[in-house]
Write a protein that binds this ligand. Structure first.
Ligand code: FAD
Length: 690
């Protein structure tokens, strides 16, 4: 549908002030918005050619919801010139060709919207390609692969395939999307299968000039295929991922054992020691652990809370000290929820991760094992290698002290503001990774989105799948009882996350509504008992309010007010990477990270700002910089893209950095991507032709 001329004029006049207004000295300047005219020159013909179902403008219903969909509040502050909701790879191809032929305009791609990096999945005055309408999943038992359209979220894909006993490898929270693959991907089965993207079998990719190619490990695009494994959004737009189907059993089979354990602040050093020991000693392809040293802040009170989440790929844990988690489990804890889980349940243990209301800031580091640090001359013994954990923790505590601010002055006649205290720990707000929201949190409500497609009848019946052993694939006998292939539209998201997909009237493969994501029911392990430390009673929480979602703040501003609210939560998270994970990646043909064959820990520093707050106190900005400068990565280890700060040069730390730059030059010689799309730094911008 062509827009009437008056609307177009309005479109231009609305857009112009966004770029021409001179920012106040306290407002973070937007980064070089695209010239309005050039973006319009791309958006207008696309609207004509693809139609108003696919190309939406600021005047269309649903535009604001789509522009605000990003998880990080700071990524909802941008206003694209148009938002494209492609219905097919060909649509993406047409969009990229239009951008390419225009000589380049700012553009961005959004899948699950979970990047914390500012402007990596949105754009000001440019073209935003959002995969909200492309979210199909299909399983091909004869190839033992799963095809994913980029708009699906891991929780949806896992829930749909769970009755078939297979899963793709994604992340550890259901709301996160497929962009995770392009940064690597850490999951509960990484120790056996590698980074999630190591399970990639083929990818359909739209190159910067609009060509649509299929890359795999052996065809003419094998270099591109490898570059996608860690290359983030630099190498093209993926319109379909084909990944290995991993057999994890069904909901009833509960093929994993583990869960989460909450500790108070008194155990922090012991937890850090247990983490360093785990990194030094554990190389078990069935083991995975995530260690979170966290704190929530409310006004001027800091409440530390530590959580580990571990899953063992099997129905029982190894005995005694062969149990990779024995050191963690012998520490006094507050709450323990250990038991048998299905893979889908394990992926829900940390909550949905779907709440959208807070500014989020990440930063990444990597700590070597003692063996690695000694081999590199970075430490002379175990104690010196461990010191980097303690250094990080001390810096983290200094940050919390700095961020919490001074008490607000008491109102005349009112109750005096309490002196700042460090709360004794749990119970305080419930532990929720990674946001630790302050309760009660307003749940975003989206009012303008159309309803989900109604499930057709009859309801799907669960296929009779016998218990598949893990890890080897089930015998051919059991495979034959599965359906020959399956393809579907997506289920409704979990109740605590907003709806993500528009209804997709043109999709032809919409199928039965899969079962909802299972809720966790505790089932103690028959083979494992835990030391009986006193555990705190489970607190009850007020029901979250259903306050309508407010508009995001117009911009981020920095203030120097010591009484201004600081942050809402912060954490240091440690994910050990084992040699077995690295070997799995190498067996699959290698990835760009290409870590040396050694155990190490990925370290994430994550700060969550108070809800709906566009103000960043200077002390938070400065404190955060100080922490990042103290989180010195062990030399020779790759940083993790999905946990980094937008300014960290992660590519430079990759083992295959030189190869990566070469592949980039081949597929984007004029540098359209690095010139016009925000993403990881580290790829040189080719000189412009005169
Ligand atoms: C709550 C939470 C939990 C997390 N848990 C984990 C975890 O367990 N394991 C882990 O590894 N990571 C985890 N992450 C990090 C997460 O993997 C990254 O943030 C990832 O980039 C999110 O992908 P997305 O599709 O949701 O996000 P998006 O913001 O949509 O995309 C992320 C980036 O990928 C690009 N991109 C997306 N799709 C495409 C495409 N089809 N073609 C080209 N470029 C594309 C985007 O442009 C953007 O730069 C978590 C993050 C959060 C916020």
């Amino acid at each position: 549908m062509l827009l009437p001329c008056s609307v177009l004029t309005l479109w231009i006049s609305t857009a112009l002030p966004l770029v021409s207004a001179s920012p106040s000295p306290h407002v973070l300047p937007r980064q070089q918005p695209a010239p309005v005219n050039s973006s319009l020159a791309v958006c207008s013909p696309l609207l004509t050619n693809l139609g108003s179902e696919t190309v939406i403008t600021p005047f269309d219903q649903g535009f604001r919801e789509a522009a605000n969909n990003a998880w990080n509040l700071y990524n909802t502050l941008f206003s694209p010139m148009c938002i494209i909701h492609p219905q097919s790879a060909e649509d993406v191809s047409r969009v990229m060709r239009a951008i390419y032929e225009s000589g380049g305009v700012k553009y961005a791609v959004q899948a699950g919207g979970h990047t914390a990096m500012r402007e990596w999945d949105t754009t000001d005055n440019g073209v935003l390609i959002s995969f909200a309408d492309m979210y199909n999943v299909s399983y091909n038992p004869s190839r033992e692969t799963i095809s994913l359209q980029p708009g699906v979220r891991w929780g949806e894909a896992i829930a749909y395939l769970e009755p078939l006993g297979v899963t793709p490898l994604g992340g550890r929270l259901p709301d996160v999307g497929t962009g995770l693959l392009l940064g690597g991907g850490l999951n509960y089965l990484s120790a056996r299968h590698g980074f999630s993207v190591d399970s990639l079998v083929a990818a359909d990719v739209v190159l910067v000039d609009g060509r649509l190619v299929t890359a795999n490990a052996t065809n003419e695009y094998s270099d591109l295929f490898k570059a996608l494994k860690g290359g983030a959004n630099r190498f093209g737009i993926v319109t379909r991922y084909e990944v290995k189907a991993i057999h994890v059993g069904t909901d009833e089979e509960k093929m994993m054992i583990g869960g989460s354990v909450v500790y108070d602040n008194s155990s922090t050093e012991a937890l850090l020691r247990a983490t360093a020991n785990y990194v030094d000693n554990v190389d078990d392809p069935n083991a995975s652990i995530l260690v979170i040293i966290g704190a929530t802040l409310s006004n001027n009170t800091v409440a530390p809370v530590n959580v580990i989440t571990f899953f063992y790929n099997g129905t029982s844990l190894p005995p005694d000290t062969d149990n990779p988690y024995h050191e963690f489990l012998s520490l006094p804890y507050l709450i323990s929820a250990i038991g048998s889980y299905s893979y889908a349940e394990a992926n829900n243990v940390l909550g949905s991760g779907g709440d959208r209301a807070n500014g989020q800031i990440f930063g990444a580091s990597a700590f070597g094992s003692t063996e690695w640090d000694i081999s590199q001359g970075l430490a002379k013994d175990k104690e010196e290698s461990f010191e980097q954990y303690m250094k990080a923790y001390r810096a983290f505590n200094r940050f919390l002290e700095k961020a919490k601010g001074t008490p607000k002055p008491a109102t005349p006649g009112g109750t005096p503001t309490p002196t700042p205290t460090i709360a004794p720990g749990y119970p305080f707000p419930p532990p929720q990774f990674p946001i630790f929201p302050t309760y009660p949190a307003p749940k975003p409500t989206y009012t303008n989105l159309p309803p989900y497609p109604a499930p057709p009848s009859p309801a799907p019946t669960r296929p009779p799948v016998p218990a598949p052993p893990i890890p080897p694939k089930p015998s051919s006998g059991s495979t034959t009882s599965r359906p020959t292939s399956t393809s579907t539209g997506m289920p409704k998201p979990t109740s605590n996350s907003p709806p993500h997909h528009r209804s997709n009237p043109s999709a032809t493969t919409v199928g039965p509504k899969p079962p909802p994501i299972p809720t966790y029911t505790f089932k103690p392990s028959p083979t494992w008992s835990f030391p009986s430390y006193p555990s705190a009673p489970l607190p009850t929480y007020p029901t979250p309010s259903t306050t309508p979602r407010p508009l995001p703040p117009p911009s981020i501003s920095f203030v120097d007010d010591p009484a201004a609210d600081g942050i809402s939560a912060a954490l240091l998270a440690f994910t050990p990477v084992q040699k077995s994970q690295i070997e799995a990646g190498r067996r699959a043909g290698g990835n760009l990270m290409d870590p040396p064959l050694t155990n190490y820990a990925l370290v994430q520093f994550h700060v969550t700002m108070p809800e709906w707050l566009g103000i960043v106190p200077k002390r938070v900005v400065e404190g955060r910089k100080e922490v990042l400068s103290e989180l010195v990565a062990s030399k020779g280890l790759p940083l993790y893209m999905n946990e980094c700060d937008a300014e960290q040069n992660v590519f430079e730390t990759y083992g295959q950095y030189e190869f990566m730059k070469e592949v980039y030059r081949k597929y984007d010689p004029t540098g359209i991507n690095v010139r016009f799309m925000k993403g990881p730094p580290g790829i040189p911008v080719p000189p412009r032709k005169t």
